[in-house]
Design a protein around this ligand. Structure first.
Ligand SMILES: [Zn+2]
Length: 233
């Protein structure tokens, strides 16, 4: 299995070598991508061709997606797609020496000490997302904080809490609350949510001044806001 990056997506594909002279790309209704390639073409050239057709591949996915139920119920079994930092990864569940989650060779690999069950895999994944969220949010926060050097605000504390309808919120106690679910979105989306909340530490409401500040700190915030909204809601 090979892959290329396309925007926030990762396109995985299999290569089938043949005697034919031209290269063909197939997208199957289950979203699998196959490249039928001549024997003498290099992997580098194949990747280049896939990159050139990436837009078309994503269009095929969207076409097939419309026939799928809106938000598929997660069952936490191998083959399922899960998101991390804006990219989709296939889940691989197996039995092993210890309970563990690893992001390896393009897969989210979960090993369970006991017979894998949906509940156990769900729990291990939630823990893994939480730990990664904690680290990532702190890194992004210190990057954004540097952009607020002209304002007299202290670096806020981050609290991670599940909230049903929002990505983040802040309070007057210099604390920003973030939904751990945004770790599934592109890091720029996380940056947008954090920047929005940081701006509230300067201007508590959504006045014209607030948006002027937001625009100043993160000029392309609208792009990442809409990305976040259509990806995960
Ligand atoms: Zn706000």
């Amino acid at each position: 299995m090979y892959s290329i990056s396309y925007g926030t997506k990762e396109i995985f594909f299999e290569i089938k070598r043949t005697n034919r002279k031209t290269l063909a790309i197939e997208v199957h209704p289950n979203a699998e991508v196959f490249v039928i390639a001549p024997n003498n073409i290099s992997l580098e050239d194949i990747k280049y061709k896939v990159e050139k057709r990436a837009k078309w591949i994503v269009k095929q996915w969207d076409y097939f997606n419309q026939f799928l139920p809106r938000t598929p119920e997660r069952t936490y079994v191998s083959g399922e797609t899960h998101y991390y930092l804006g990219k989709s990864y296939l889940l691989k569940v197996s039995k092993g020496n210890q309970n563990q989650v690893k992001l390896k060779s393009g897969k989210l690999q979960v090993t369970c000490k006991s017979e894998p069950s949906s509940e156990l895999v769900k729990k291990l994944l939630a823990q893994w997302y939480y730990n990664h969220a904690k680290k990532k949010f702190d890194i992004i926060l210190s990057e954004i904080y540097a952009k607020f050097k002209d304002y007299t605000i202290k670096i806020p504390q981050i609290e991670i809490r599940r909230m049903p309808n929002r990505w983040g919120s802040c309070n007057t106690l210099n604390k920003i609350i973030l939904n751990p679910e945004i770790i599934k979105a592109h890091s720029k989306c996380i940056e947008y949510v954090l920047t929005h909340e940081m701006c509230h530490l300067v201007i508590p409401n959504h006045s014209k001044e607030f948006y002027t500040l937001l625009e100043d700190i993160m000029p392309n915030w609208k792009k990442w806001k809409s990305e976040l909204e259509c990806k995960l809601s």
